[in-house]
Design a protein around this ligand. Structure first.
Ligand code: CMX
Length: 386
C-alpha cells in the first residue's frame, strides 16, 4: 500500500514560514533543493511521522505560483511513496484518473513523481513518488597521492555521522537508501573505501585494513569534523572498530552492522566464492563493473585482502575487548554469513555494547530492513553519552 511520504505546502514568505514552523514544532528544513522541471525550490522538514515539503515558486508561470495567486499560502498536495511509479500510473490510468503527465517526471529528493488532477480527487492534489537509486556525484578529498570519493548529505550543523560500506560495496549502492532515511537528522559522510566505487587503489594495487582506517581519518580531517558517530556494515564495521580503537576521542558512538569476531576459514571461502562470481560473465559481474571504476584491480586486491584476514584474528579480538566507545551491534536473524551466535559473541565481548537483531535474510545492506535500521540508528545516535 502507498505510504504517505510528505505533505506539500505552498509558501511565499520563506523566512517567515520557516520561523513559524520552528516556533510551532522546533524543526527547521534539513534540505533545500531546486527542481527545474517543476519551477520550484523545495525545503524539507522532518516532522518524524512524515515530511513537510515547503514549495517556493521560482517562476511566475509555475503551477505553484498559479496556486498561490489563486488561493494564497497553504496545503498544496499529499505525496504517497510507491515502489513502482510506472505500474501505479498504469493502474490509475486504467481506473480512468486524469494524470498530469505521460510518464513519471524528475522531482525533488531523487524521486520520480506524477500527479493526479485534483478535480478527480475531491479537491486534493495527489502526488505519487518513487525513490530512484542514489546516483550522487562524489566529492573527492585528497588522500595523499590519490583521490578518495566521499558523499555528503544532510545539514552541516547536524551531528556528523560517517558511514562505511562492506567488501566490494559502494556508498551509492549500499548506503544510498539508508543515507536518505538519515539525512534529516545527521550530517552524513559516506566514504567509498580505497579501490571501491569512485575511489582509487593505493599505488601498488594492494589493500589492507590500515588503508581503510586511513581513509576514514582522511575524510574526517577533510570535512573538519572533530568527533563523529561511525556506522559500518560487515567489513566496514571492522574498519569502524579499528578507527574507534586508534582514536577513541574522535568517535562518539559506534554502530556495527553484521560485524565479525573471527575471520573464519568458512567466511573467507564464502567471500572468495562471492568475489569469483564477479569474474564470470553474468549480470552480477556487469553490475560490479558498473559500480567500481577500477573493478578488475579491485577484485584481485580483495582476493588478497580476504586471504590475509584470518592472520588478524588476534588483533580483532583484542580490539573488540578494548573498545569502551558506546556501541550498537546490529544484525539480521537469518544473515547467511553472520549468524546470530556471532552477534551475541561480539555483543558480549564489547565492554559497552547494546544489541539489536532485525529480521532479514541477505548479507546485503541495500536489500535489508532499512526503515527499521534507520529508526534504530536515529534513536541510538541521539542518546546522550552512555
Ligand atoms: N490542490 C487542489 N486544487 C488545485 C491545486 C492544488 N494544489 N492546484 C490547482 N487546483 C485547482 C484549481 O484551483 C482549479 O480549481 P477551480 O477550477 O475550481 O478553480 C483546478 O485545480 C484546475 O486548475 P487549472 O486552472 O485548470 O489548472 P492550474 O493551472 O491551476 O493547474 C494543476 C492545476 C493541478 C494541473 C497544476 O497545479 C499542476 O500541474 N500541478 C502539478 C505540478 C505541481 O504542483 N508541482 C509542484 C510540486 C513539486 C514537487 O512536489 O516536487
Amino acid at each position: 500500500m502507498p505510504q504517505l511520504e510528505h505533505i506539500g505546502i505552498a509558501i511565499e514568505e520563506v523566512e517567515a514560514v520557516i520561523e513559524c514552523f520552528n516556533d510551532l514544532l522546533g524543526i527547521r528544513p534539513y534540505k533545500t533543493e531546486s527542481v527545474a522541471e517543476q519551477q520550484v525550490r523545495t525545503h524539507f522538514l522532518d516532522a518524524k511521522s512524515g515530511k513537510l515539503e515547503f514549495l517556493e515558486s521560482l517562476d511566475e508561470d509555475s503551477a505553484v505560483q498559479r496556486f498561490l495567486d489563486r488561493r494564497g499560502e497553504g496545503l498544496h498536495h499529499l505525496a504517497f511513496e510507491v515502489d513502482d511509479a510506472d505500474a501505479t500510473m498504469e493502474r490509475l490510468r486504467a481506473a480512468e484518473f486524469t494524470l498530469l503527465s505521460e510518464s513519471p517526471r524528475p522531482g525533488a529528493d531523487d524521486k520520480r513523481i506524477f500527479f493526479v488532477h485534483p478535480k478527480e480527487t475531491h479537491g486534493v492534489l495527489v502526488e505519487f513518488c518513487e525513490s530512484t537509486p542514489a546516483d550522487w556525484s562524489p566529492h573527492y578529498v585528497s588522500r595523499g597521492d590519490r583521490p578518495l570519493a566521499t558523499y555528503e548529505r544532510g545539514d552541516e550543523s547536524a551531528p556528523p555521522l560517517v558511514l562505511l560500506h562492506g567488501t566490494a560495496g559502494t556508498t551509492c549502492r549500499d548506503l544510498g537508501t539508508l543515507m536518505r532515511h538519515l539525512e534529516s537528522q545527521f550530517h552524513l559522510v559516506g566514504i567509498d573505501l580505497s579501490g571501491h566505487g569512485a575511489s582509487s587503489l593505493p599505488p601498488g594495487g594492494t589493500l589492507t585494513m590500515n588503508h581503510f582506517v586511513e581513509d576514514v581519518r582522511t575524510a574526517i580531517k577533510a570535512y573538519d569534523l572533530s568527533s563523529v558517530h561511525l556506522f559500518g556494515f560487515s567489513l566496514g564495521s571492522a574498519v569502524a572498530l579499528q578507527c574507534a580503537h586508534a582514536a577513541p576521542d574522535c568517535v562518539k558512538r559506534l554502530a556495527l552492522m553484521s560485524p565479525h569476531d573471527l575471520w573464519s576459514d568458512s567466511y573467507v571461502s564464502a567471500m572468495k566464492d562471492q568475489l569469483d562470481t564477479y569474474t564470470l560473465p553474468s549480470g552480477q559481474s556487469e553490475r560490479f563493473h558498473a559500480h567500481h571504476e577500477h573493478a578488475d584491480r579491485l577484485l584481485s586486491a580483495l582476493q588478497d585482502l580476504v586471504d590475509a584476514l584470518p592472520a588478524q584474528n588476534d588483533h580483532l579480538k583484542e580490539t573488540l575487548s578494548d573498545i569502551t566507545t558506546p556501541t550498537l551491534v546490529v544484525g539480521l536473524d537469518e544473515d547467511p554469513l553472520i549468524p546470530v551466535d556471532t552477534l551475541l559473541r561480539v555483543h558480549e565481548t564489547l565492554p559497552n555494547a547494546r544489541l539489536s537483531i532485525l529480521p532479514g535474510t541477505q548479507h546485503d545492506l541495500a536489500r535489508g530492513p532499512i526503515s527499521h535500521l534507520s529508526a534504530l540508528l536515529k534513536e541510538y545516535f541521539s542518546e546522550g553519552p552512555a
